[in-house]
Each structure stands twice: as C-alpha cells, then as structure tokens.
Design a protein around this ligand. Structure first.
Ligand code: NAP
Length: 484
C-alpha cells in the first residue's frame, strides 16, 4: 500500500490569501485530496482569509471551481466535495488593518491544532504575525507556515526572521520549500541512508560530478514585472536547487529528525565555496512564434535579469573535494524536466579495451515528470560474437513500479501541510539555514550586478545559451539532454 493515511489531530487551518492563485491551484485542491483519502479528521475546519468581502457560500463556490479545475477528474466525488466544502469558513480580514481580527479570534477553539498559512505577498508576513499575537488568535502550540520568497537577500531574510521570532518560537515557524515535499526528494534520503549500496560510493573518489537541472517550458508570462526584480538565482537557486544540493551532499544525520537533518544541511551550505565569475552563465530567452522574448515579457528592454542560470559549485569538504556540482535552471527551455544526475567515475582500469568507460554509471533522480529513479549500468550485449558492452537502465519509475497506486502519492503541498498539522518540521527550512543560503547567494548576485553583463540570449525550446555548454566542455564534461 503506497499512500498509507497517517491520522492527524483535529485542526483549524487558516489560509491568509485563501482566494489567491497558490491557494486555488495547490493548497485547497491538495487539502481536498487529503479529505478524500480520509486523512482530515471530522470537525476540522479550513478558514479562508483575505481582504475581499465574501460570504462563506461564495468562498465555497470559489473552492468548488478550484477543485473542478485543479483536481484530476477521477478524484471528483460529489459526496466528498460537499463534505469538504462544508468544512470551509471565510473571514474578511485586512492584514494591514484592524478589520476582521476580532472575528477571527472568536472563531478559534481550544484543544484543536491551529495552523496559519501565510499565502500572501511577503510584505504582509510581519503584519500578520504581529496581529495574530495582538488579537490573541494564536496559542503556544500554534504554527505559522511562511511561503517563499523568504527575503530578497541576507539583510531582508534576517529582518524577517527577527520579526517572526518576536511573535513565534522557531518550533512554531514552518518555512516552506515545496521541493522538499516531493516524493523523490524524500526517496533520495531513503536511497542514501536505508541501503548499503550507494553510501560507500557517495564521495569524490567514486563520483565524477553531479548535475542538478530544473527546466521549465513556460516563460515568465504575466509575472514578468515581479520576476524581473528577482531572476533565476534568487527565485530558484537560493532555495530549491540549494535544498536539492544539500540533500545530496550532506553527511548522514544521526536520525531522521528535524534538527539532525537541518544541522547537516547547514554544514553543507557553510562548506560551499564562493562561485568564480567564470563559473556562472546567465541567459535570457528570445521570442518565437509561441511567445514573446524575456525582455518583452518583463516590459523592460534594458533588463539585465536572468531567466536562465548555470553554475559550477564546489563543496569544500573531505567528501566532495574534486567532484563539482553543476546547477542549471531556466524558463522556456526544451522540456519541463527536473532531475538530479549523479555521474560516477569510469572504472580505474578497463579489461575490455576501448569499449569501457564511454558510458559511466549514472544515477538519475527524476523530480518531474515521471517521478522515479534510474540507474544506468554497463552490461555485455547478449548474443554471440565476443564482448560488446552496452548501457542499460535499471528503471525505478514509480508509475512503472507501483502502477495505479502511484496516482495516490500525495503531492508536495498536501504532504507538507499534513506535516505542519503533525508538528513535524523535518521538511521545512530553519531560519539559520535560510540565512546561510542567502549569505552564499548574495556575493554571486553582487558579482553579477557589478559586472552588469547582459545575459546571453538563448533560443526558446533549447537547453539554454551556448556558453552553458562551454562551462561543461572546458571540464571535459557535458550536460545531460533536457528531455521529458
Ligand atoms: P495572489 O494570487 O496575488 O493572492 C494573494 C492573496 O492575498 C489573495 O487572496 C488576496 O486577496 C490576499 N491579500 C492581498 N493583500 C491582502 C491584505 N492586505 N490582507 C489580507 N489578504 C490580502 O498571490 P499568490 O500567487 O497566491 O501568492 C501568495 C504567496 O505565495 C506569495 O508570497 C508568493 O510569492 C507565494 N508563492 C506563490 C506561488 C504560486 O504559484 N502562485 C508559488 C510559490 C510561492 P484580497 O486581494 O481579496 O485581499
């Protein structure tokens, strides 16, 4: 049985920004799927909160449409939908004002887990935290969930940590990075630490390098103006790619325990070397029949913000010295594909002459699409005629391995919200971790801004700018193809 439903206590989840894009696309559909699976205990409530005036029935209609649009049709169950909608409430509230707060406080119940999801712009996080305390909406066990972006740089991240910590303890703060909720990301830890096979090889003596790719086919579209203030380094590298890197590079924690795991991730971030100017390639997508260029999308013809970045990153410790991590992420690329590839070294000596060593073992961990793992191994091609070596994949794609049960794997948001209710912080970022990530990222951004170089143009539907290929070629390596 794949998706064993672990019961949680009765809860009230208050979603600030309950009518926003993230709530409608991810949070509320995810909660409905948990309801359908039987995980949400009777009497639990989900309370939407936003400035717009809505009656509860209006809010339920908004959520009904969100389910229709964002939940797979085979999961549309009329009884479950109406049961779920009945658990919804709505409060009109202004994060920056006084209206609605007393009403929200009056709705709270003793002895029920309270979680407050800040699904609003980051400029409102501090105001909401302050008012939650001022109007006595929270108790000592309450949790707050904070969406990305967590700061714009180190000073803003520190200021935000300080603001939140004035009102809540670290044990109450859940900084979300939904990549950590992905099934394969957690499986990466199981593969590393629940098997004998990989861990003895998991170091620079046996691994040549690691590639982390997060490629998207979409451009920045309507978010152009917002994105232009951020760029791929801030939007993706500082958080999602950094978290993936940490999980691959970290030492085994003493237990699968929130602080044990986060201590190990923090050590990795602190061991990252500063990135050399020649080890960064930035790009901007051009336009084509299917869409405008980045410069048109962001409405700023002289923008120097990158929609693509590739980096060579060195982890300066005993385990990884000599095995670099190559990271790349971009928009309007050839395929929507996120994967981690661990490329092993060639055997030290080939008894098969020239044939060996052309195809190293590669362990690929696919985050999306087709979540799963794949290990390429070299074998003898079956049949007569001497030894010819071929590369074959050992496929561990979840869909193949688990069949229909793979469809019941909870998505990242569902899993993480249930972890919040359970009070399990393992898959959330700690304050010091976020600050360390910014402390490493800020000099990269400062260096890029100082040089004020125009990002390299790349064709939409490609793998990024030519220069990113050179980043690899000069080290005698090559990127894996970006494909579904
Ligand atoms: P959005 O679509 O603009 O929604 C914002 C929500 O906040 C709306 O419900 C809005 O409702 C409410 N709101 C705005 N000002 C308010 C105020 N003063 N008081 C109370 N409520 C207020 O934004 P979003 O895309 O859902 O993003 C929400 C957060 O998630 C942001 O921090 C974003 O960076 C993060 N995030 C979003 C995504 C995504 O895919 N959308 C992905 C990752 C992270 P009213 O206008 O009615 O108040």
């Amino acid at each position: 049985m794949v998706s064993r439903v672990i019961p949680v206590e009765q809860f009230d989840l208050i979603i600030f920004g309950g009518t926003g894009d993230l709530a409608k696309r991810k949070i509320l559909p995810g909660l409905y799927r948990r309801f359908l699976s039987g995980q949400i205990p009777e009497g639990s409530r989900i309370i939407g909160a936003a400035r717009s005036e809505h009656g509860v029935e209006e809010f339920r209609d908004i959520v009904r449409s969100a389910i229709a649009e964002h939940v797979a049709p085979d999961k549309h169950d009329d009884d479950a939908i109406s049961g779920f909608l009945n658990s919804l409430e709505y409060v009109t509230i202004d994060a920056l004002g006084t209206g609605g707060w007393k009403e929200l406080a009056a709705l709270m119940r003793p002895s029920v887990v309270r979680a407050f999801y800040f699904s609003v712009g980051p400029s409102l996080f501090g105001a909401i935290a302050e008012r939650l305390k001022k109007y006595k909406v929270t108790d000592d066990e309450s949790r707050i969930v904070v969406e990305k972006p967590f700061g714009h740089d180190l000073p803003t991240a520190k200021a935000l940590n300080e603001t939140l910590s004035r009102h809540f303890t670290e044990q109450q703060i859940y900084r979300i990075d939904h990549y950590l909720g992905k099934e394969t990301v957690q499986n990466l830890m199981a593969v590393r630490f629940a098997n004998m096979l990989f861990e003895p090889l998991w170091n620079a003596r046996n691994i040549d390098h690691i590639q982390i790719t997060v490629a998207e086919t979409v451009g920045v579209g309507g978010r152009g103006e917002y994105y232009d203030k951020s760029g791929a380094i801030r939007d993706m590298v500082q958080n999602h790619l950094m978290q993936l890197l940490c999980l691959i590079a970290m030492e085994p924690p003493y237990a699968f325990d929130p602080d044990a795991l986060r201590d190990e991730k923090l050590k990795v971030i602190r061991a990252l070397e500063p990135v050399e100017p020649d080890d960064i390639v930035r790009g901007q997508y051009l336009g084509d029949d299917e869409g405008p260029s980045y410069l048109e999308d962001c409405g700023n013809p002289s923008s120097l913000t990158e929609s693509y970045v590739a980096l060579k990153v060195r982890v300066s410790n005993w385990r990884w010295k000599g095995a670099p991590f190559y990271l790349r992420t971009g928009k309007r690329m050839r395929a929507r594909s996120s994967e981690i590839a661990i490329v092993f070294k060639d055997p030290p000596h080939s008894i098969f002459g020239d044939q060996a060593g052309q195809n190293p073992n590669v362990l690929v961990i696919r985050l999306q699409p087709n979540e799963g793992m794949n290990l390429t191994v070299t074998i003898k091609e079956p049949g007569p005629g001497g030894i010819r070596l071929i590369e074959v994949p050992l496929d561990m794609t979840f869909k193949e391995a688990l069949g229909a049960e793979a469809d019941d794997i909870p998505d990242a948001y569902e899993r993480l919200i249930m972890d919040v209710i359970r009070g399990n912080q393992t898959l959330f970022m700690r304050g010091d971790e976020v600050e360390a990530a910014w402390a490493w990222t800020d000099p990269i951004i400062a260096q890029v801004e100082d040089r004020a170089n125009r990002p390299k143009p790349y064709e939409p539907g490609s793998s990024g700018p030519e220069e990113s290929l050179i980043l690899m070629h000069r080290d005698g390596r090559r990127w894996r193809e970006v494909k579904v």
